[in-house]
Each structure stands twice: as structure tokens, then as C-alpha cells.
Design a protein around this ligand. Sequence first.
Ligand SMILES: Nc1ncnc2c1ncn2[C@@H]1O[C@H](COP(=O)(O)OP(=O)(O)OP(=O)(O)O)[C@@H](O)[C@H]1O
Ligand SMILES: [Mg+2]
Length: 229
Amino acid sequence: MDSSKQPPILAAYNHKGGTGKTTFLFNLAHYAMEHNKRVFAVCLDRQRDLLRMLKGHDSILKTDEVIERENLVAFYSPDKMVDLDMGGFDVALVDCPPARDISIRISPTGFIVPINGFNAYENFSTVARDLVRASDFVLAVINCAETTGTRDLNDLREAINAIPDIEVYPEAIAESGCIARCESQRLPAWRTTHSRRAAGRKQMEKLCRHVLKRAKITLGTRTVVKKEK
Ligand SMILES: Nc1ncnc2c1ncn2[C@@H]1O[C@H](COP(=O)(O)OP(=O)(O)OP(=O)(O)O)[C@@H](O)[C@H]1O
Ligand SMILES: [Mg+2]
């Protein structure tokens, strides 16, 4: 492995709050790790939710807390990507704060923009052009589809599709109990309790796969993680 090579950077952004940014990155981190990828995760967002979730259990985070495991380094870097050496990692994940200027400065490989309704769409549409300029691709993902309703969902999809140079993930992600439980159980959607038949589980796995492949990250075999009893 070339340890000096910088990995693709995937940043979750939408300056509308609560659209699913952290939840998605948390699942993406697990999906990549299950495929034996080394993950570098940066919380630019002052809430530090991604760090808290990746820690795996609830406790007060220290200001300079760094989570280091075999395939993971995660830390808090409020508002800035300082000269971070990401060599040796396969992917860098950045949880962005609700601030356009900071997020654009990252110049990521891809912006992932969860959109959970008209308000989130409107917020995104005002900065879409800037995100496109700053990255290789911008992928909009409709999240919590049910809360939107079928008719509104079509309107939403059409509106996003009309924004130039934006990729729209074809499948809307359901509002799903197994995704909602990621936060409290600190587990990816496919491993939360009662996730076996839930649509959200497969959808989240598919989305993670799509995003990593879009960033040209080759996925090898998956390590089966045994369910905790
Ligand atoms: N598809 C989904 N189904 C059910 N619940 C979801 C889904 N996506 C996100 N949630 C829930 O919505 C809430 C907000 O999600 P999350 O914290 O990931 O959003 P965020 O964009 O990171 O928010 P913030 O702007 O505060 O950082 C969380 O409680 C999460 O569990
Ligand atoms: Mg968040």
C-alpha cells in the first residue's frame, strides 16, 4: 500500500439539520470496515455525533478524543480539515457542519446530500452549484421517503433532477426503524435488532455500496460480523 496516497474523501452535507448525514456516514464507515477498508473519519460538525456513534457506547467525549481501532481512526476537528495525513487509509469520511464555506473548502471527491423533504431540498438548491464546483460528484439521496408522501416524493425527485450536474440516487431511503435504531444501538442498520425484514436494511447496504463504488473504491469480500447476543 502506498502510505503517502490520499484516499477518496466523502463528505455528508446539507445545511438543513437532521436530514440523515451522520446516520449515513456511520453506516458507510461500518460498511467499508466490513469490507476490510481502513476508514478515516473526521467530525467537522461541532455536535460530534459521528464520533459518539463510532465510539460504540455512550460516555462523555473528551475534547480531543480520538477513536482508534484496527480499521478506524475517528476524531473531532471543529470546522476545519487541517493538514491531515490520510495516507494508508482507503476512504476518508467527513461529517460537515451546516456551513457552506467550510464544507466547500474540503474539496471532497464526493458530497453526499441527504434530502428528507422540501425544506432540505430548498436549502440544498441554494448551494448545489458551489458543491458541484468543489467536488468530483454530488449525490443527492432522498431520505425518509414516507414522511414526504408519494405525490410530494415525485415533486421532490423532479425538482432535484432539474438541478444541473447533480446525481440523484435512484431509490428513496425509507423511514425505517432499523435505521432509526442505529443511533441508540451504535450499530449499522443491517445489524440493529429487528432489522432482518426491514426494507431500510437492504436499502442502506445498497446505498453504501453505491457510494463507495462511485468513489472508485474497490470492495473485496465482506467479513461476516457475528450478531451480538
Ligand atoms: N431513514 C431513516 N429512517 C429513520 N430514521 C432516520 C433515518 N435517517 C435518519 N433518521 C433519524 O433522524 C435523526 C437525524 O438523523 P442524523 O442525526 O443522521 O441527521 P443529521 O443530518 O446528521 O443531523 P444534524 O444536522 O443534527 O447533524 C436521527 O434520530 C436518525 O436516527
Ligand atoms: Mg449530524
